[in-house]
Design a protein around this ligand. Sequence first.
Ligand code: IMP
Ligand code: MG
Length: 189
Amino acid sequence: MQPPEHAFHAHLDRVLITQDAIRRRIGELGAEIDRDLEGAGEVTILVILQGSILFASDLMRALSLPVYLECLRVSSYHGGTASTGSVSMEVADLSALRDKHVLIVDDILDSGRTLHTVARRLREELDVRSLRTCVLLDKMVPRAVEFRPDYVGFEIENAFVVGYGLDYQGRYRNLPCIGTLAPCWIEKG
Ligand code: IMP
Ligand code: MG
């Protein structure tokens, strides 16, 4: 039986990454991370909320390593289609990460500010045993802050994308693919 067509599909201009391509690539990422962390024991996955929940939940299931899960709510878009330049991070107790092998999982690397800020906090405040970063998407834009993730799902052009966890004003997160929104669905100004 075919799954029902998602109601928001019609809002997309172009599909950049299909559901199948996402699934295949996550399998490859899982195998690579398993290999790199072999023998490390447990790895603590730090999920950057909210956009990364779909990616993180699929990636976790593609790993055979034992994992712990921690989440951190971080936001830099505040409703528009461009990063605001300020990264707000909740005041969370991250002491569970002390002395752990940590894998930060984020949906998309854009200006670099989010991951730079989170990684700096982990390095400065918590004595993590090792720190790696995995992003599903790497947007081909000049970074505001230099940041190099260890694992990248897909490189994408400089476009605002939605789906598979990524939102515009809170919507479209449950689209199973990733695509660009047709301009008529983006608020002017
Ligand atoms: P950065 O701090 O500019 O690297 O932005 C990273 C965060 O901005 C991501 O975790 C997303 O939540 C959000 N973001 C960046 N680009 C997009 C996009 O194209 N669509 C939806 N959210 C995005
Ligand atoms: Mg995010």
